[in-house]
Design a protein around this ligand. Structure first.
Ligand code: FAD
Length: 306
């Protein structure tokens, strides 16, 4: 059995693996796709001390760092359930079962897509999901934000300070963000808010985004907005479907953790985008991964001898 078994091989999982292995304890890491979400991005400019890198390079560096230690890496494996017990079991889609004294869940999250033509084609070429990450790439340009909840309105306010113009598109009759955010948004001179709008297509010139089309749901009229970027802000979905009924989850499906990364189940810790910790960023996920590994080690040294 492992001392620490990490499920998820993104920045949180990789940091947890390095921190656990450095304690000289038996460490394993299972990942569907080692590297995680960073594999889907080209420019990373906010991982402190690395001025600029790209996703595949960053993912390769994560793996190289973990491989420098004695860690069992089980890549391309999906965990399907967690069974509590004196030894915690992780069941895999391939039928295998792994056992460990402690588990760190770092299965991350995925951005909800709007599923319109153009979204996938122009991903990273005008279609973006993370304003903290990609906002500066659109300096002086025109962008749309799709989604009028808190994250969409926050993104629009944030982007309005960087870009030339922001069009906020909301499907419903009204924005759903907190009133204070809506007031702030409406006070900005370079923001247009459009409600009752169904985005139908993201157009491009073959290389980059050039416009967005939407249908006015009240009149059925079609409209076209010329722009260079579209930020999709309709939700981040944590990868916790396999944990429902096992760990306490928030109403958004995120794993509830305390300041040490402890979940509702003793011996099970969590870190990164899969948790309730706010601001889903690489540097935050990596820091929380390190924290979860130290908490797991602390748990092990306080446990009665087996
Ligand atoms: P993830 O990176 O999501 O990793 C999750 C891991 O768990 C993966 O290995 C996955 O395969 C695995 N997994 C999931 N389910 C299972 C399962 N059931 N069994 C086994 N393994 C499983 N952040 C920045 O700070 N700067 C940026 O510039 C930046 N740009 C981004 C651009 C894009 C396009 C995207 C999508 C995100 C970007 N982010 C950026 C956000 C950043 O990628 C995340 O905050 C970070 O990757 C979270 O790390 P994580 O380890 O928590 O989860």
């Amino acid at each position: 059995a492992y001392d620490v078994l990490i499920v998820g091989g993104g920045p949180a999982g990789a940091a947890a693996a390095v921190y656990a292995a450095r304690k000289g304890i038996r460490t394993g890491i299972v990942a569907q796709r080692f590297g995680g979400q960073v594999l889907d991005t080209m420019a990373i400019e906010n991982f402190i001390s690395v001025k600029e890198t790209d996703g595949p390079k960053f993912a390769a560096a994560l793996e190289e760092h973990v491989r420098a230690y004695d860690v069992d890496i089980m890549n391309l494996q999906e965990a399907t359930s967690l069974v509590p017990g004196k030894l915690i079991q992780i069941e895999l889609a391939n039928g295998g079962v792994l056992k460990s004294k402690t588990v760190i869940v770092s299965t991350g999250a995925r951005w909800r897509e709007i599923n319109v033509p153009g979204e996938r084609e122009y991903r990273n070429n005008g279609v973006a999901y993370c304003p903290h990450c990609d906002g500066p790439l659109f300096k002086g340009k025109r962008v749309a934000v799709i989604g009028g909840g808190n994250s969409g309105v926050e993104a629009a306010i944030d982007l309005a300070g960087l870009v030339k113009h922001v069009t906020l598109i909301e499907f419903g009759d009204a924005l759903r963000a907190d009133a204070v955010l809506q007031r702030k948004l409406r006070s900005l001179p370079n923001v247009t808010v459009i409600t009752s709008a169904l985005t139908t297509e993201i157009h491009g010139d073959g290389e980059r985004v050039s416009a967005l089309a939407y249908k006015d749901r009240k009149t059925d009229e079609l409209h076209r907005v010329e722009l260079e970027g579209v930020f999709i802000q309709i939700g981040l979905v944590p990868n916790t479907e396999w944990l429902e009924g096992t760990l306490a989850l928030s109403r958004h499906g995120e794993i509830e953790v305390d300041a040490r990364g402890q979940t509702s189940l003793p011996g099970v810790f969590a870190a990164g985008d899969v948790t309730t910790v706010p601001y889903k960023q690489i540097v935050i996920a990596a820091g929380d991964g390190a924290k979860a590994a130290l908490s797991a080690f602390d748990h092990l040294i306080r446990s009665p001898l087996a």
